[in-house]
Write a protein that binds this ligand. Structure first.
Ligand code: XIL
Length: 394
C-alpha cells in the first residue's frame, strides 16, 4: 500500500528536517547531553549566527505521523514507574511535563504505559488494585486520539512479592490470575486496543520459563491458553498478543513461538498477534531476515507488531559517537522496513520518547543513546531515517 497521508507536507518537512539535522550533526549538536533531567529547547546551545554556525537539530514536529500510512499506529512507551522511580520522575509519569506530553501527542498515534499495567504497580497488595496511573494514561490517550497498547498481564518480572513467594496454593494462584486478567482487561474494555497478554514466556535458550514465571512453573504452558481466553472474554474486541525480545530473526526462540502459536490457534485459543519487542544492540548484526520472520507469523493469520523498539550502543559518559548515531539509523530502518513490508504489521512502538527516559543505561552497563531523540528531545539520524522510510510507503 502506498502512503496516503499529507505526502507533500511530509516531504517538505522531511527536507527541512534532514537539512537541519545534517547541519546540527556537523556541529555535534545531536550527541546526548548530560544525563540530568532534560530542559528541552532551553539548552542555550543554539548557534550564534555571528559564528556563521547552523542551528542544532530540531525537535520533532509530527513528521513521523505525517509520513505514516493510515493503517499503521506509531507508538511510544510513556515514561514512569520501574527504573524511573530512581530518577527525578519519582512515582509520576513524564506526561506531567508539558513539553513531553505535547511531543507524545503530536508525534505518535499510540502509547504504551511503560510500567503502570504491570502486576507490581497495579497489585502492591493482593486485595487491591491501583488503577490511578493507568487511568491517567488512558485518559490522556483518549483526549489526544491515541490508541493504547496494554502491557502486560502475564510475565516473570516486576511481580509483587505476595504473588511470587509461593504462599498461594494452586487453586488460589489460578484464581488470582483469572481475577487479575478479567479485572484489568475488563476495566479497559474498548479503551485498550491491543494487549501484550503473555510476555517473554521463553528464555534465551528457547525454553519455557518454568523457573522464573510463577504461573508457568505451577501450571505449564496450558495456563497461557487460559490467560488468552480470560482476556478475550473480558474484551472480545481487544487484539491479544504474545510478546518477546530476541525473536526478530528466525532462530530457536522465534521458532518456539512459531510452534506454540500454531498449537494455540489449532486449539481455538484467541491469540491474535505476535509482538516483536525490538530491543536491539549495535554489538550484534542487524536482524536482516526480520521481514521474512514477521511474514511467517502473518501467514498464520496473525497481526504482527514491533512493540518496544530501541537500539542501544556503546557510550562513554553517556555520550555516543556521531558515527554510531548514524549507524543506529540502519537498525531502526530494518525494523520499520520489516513492519511496512508486512501488511498485517499495524503497530510500531518505540520504547521511550528520548534518551533522557530510556531504560537502557539502567539495565545495560556502558550502553545508551537507544531512542530516536537525544536528551533534549532533538532528533537523531535514526528519526530522520524513519521519516524517510515511512514516506516511501508500504
Ligand atoms: C522495562 C521498563 O522500561 C523499565 O522502566 C523497568 O524498570 C523494567 O522494564 N521488555 C519488556 C518491558 O517487556 O516491560 C521492559 O520495560 C523492557 C524489556
Amino acid at each position: 500500500m502506498r502512503r496516503t497521508r499529507n505526502s507533500r507536507s511530509a516531504r517538505l518537512r522531511f527536507a527541512a528536517l534532514a537539512t537541519a539535522l545534517a547541519l546540527g550533526a556537523a556541529l555535534g549538536a545531536c550527541s546526548p547531553g548530560a544525563p540530568s533531567a532534560p530542559s528541552p529547547g532551553t539548552s542555550g546551545d543554539e548557534a550564534d549566527p555571528q559564528d556563521g554556525a547552523a542551528s542544532p537539530a530540531p525537535l520533532p514536529s509530527g513528521e513521523l505521523v505525517s509520513a505514516s500510512p493510515d493503517d499503521l499506529r506509531l507508538g511510544v512507551a510513556v515514561a514512569g514507574g520501574g527504573h524511573h522511580l530512581e530518577t527525578g520522575l519519582g512515582s509520576g509519569t513524564a506526561l506531567a511535563d508539558e513539553t513531553y506530553a505535547s511531543l507524545v501527542a503530536e508525534n505518535f498515534t499510540s502509547l504504551s504505559p511503560e510500567n503502570q499495567l504491570k502486576w507490581e504497580w497495579l497489585r502492591p497488595e493482593r486485595e487491591t488494585f491501583d488503577f490511578a496511573a493507568a487511568d491517567e494514561l488512558v485518559a490522556f490517550a483518549q483526549e489526544h486520539g491515541l490508541a493504547v497498547r496494554g502491557h502486560t498481564l502475564f510475565w516473570h518480572s516486576q511481580n509483587p512479592a505476595w504473588l511470587t513467594s509461593g504462599e498461594l496454593d494452586d487453586d488460589e494462584l489460578r484464581e488470582v490470575l483469572r481475577e487479575h486478567v478479567e479485572t484489568v482487561v475488563g476495566r479497559y474494555a474498548g479503551q485498550i486496543e491491543q494487549w501484550d497478554v503473555a510476555n517473554e514466556i521463553f528464555d534465551d535458550h528457547a525454553r519455557l520459563r518454568t523457573q522464573d514465571n510463577p504461573f508457568l512453573g505451577r501450571f505449564g504452558v496450558e495456563i497461557v491458553a487460559d490467560v488468552f481466553r480470560w482476556a478475550h472474554d473480558a474484551d472480545p474486541e481487544a487484539v491479544l498478543f504474545l510478546n518477546d525480545y530476541a525473536i526478530e530473526s528466525i532462530g530457536p526462540k522465534s521458532d518456539a513461538y512459531f510452534e506454540l502459536v500454531q498449537e494455540l490457534l489449532a486449539d481455538g485459543v484467541p491469540v491474535h498477534g505476535m509482538g516483536f519487542q525490538g530491543h536491539l544492540s549495535m554489538k550484534y548484526p542487524k536482524p536482516g531476515d526480520m521481514r521474512e520472520n514477521l511474514e511467517r507469523f502473518a501467514e498464520l493469520g496473525l497481526e504482527v507488531a514491533v512493540t518496544e523498539a530501541d537500539v542501544r550502543m556503546a557510550v562513554e559518559d553517556g555520550v555516543a559517537s556521531p558515527e554510531d548515531l548514524a549507524a543506529q539509523a540502519g537498525y531502526y530502518e530494518v525494523m520499520l522496513d520489516a513492519c511496512l513490508e508486512v501488511d498485517s504489521c499495524r503497530s510500531f512502538t518505540v520504547w521511550g520518547l528520548s534518551d533522557a527516559f530510556s531504560w537502557v543505561p539502567f539495565f545495560f552497563a556502558g550502553e545508551g543513546a537507544a531512542t530516536l531523540l537525544d536528551e533534549e528531545y532533538r532528533v537523531k539520524p535514526a528519526y530522520v531515517a524513519l521519516v524517510d522510510r515511512l514516506a516511501t510507503g508500504r
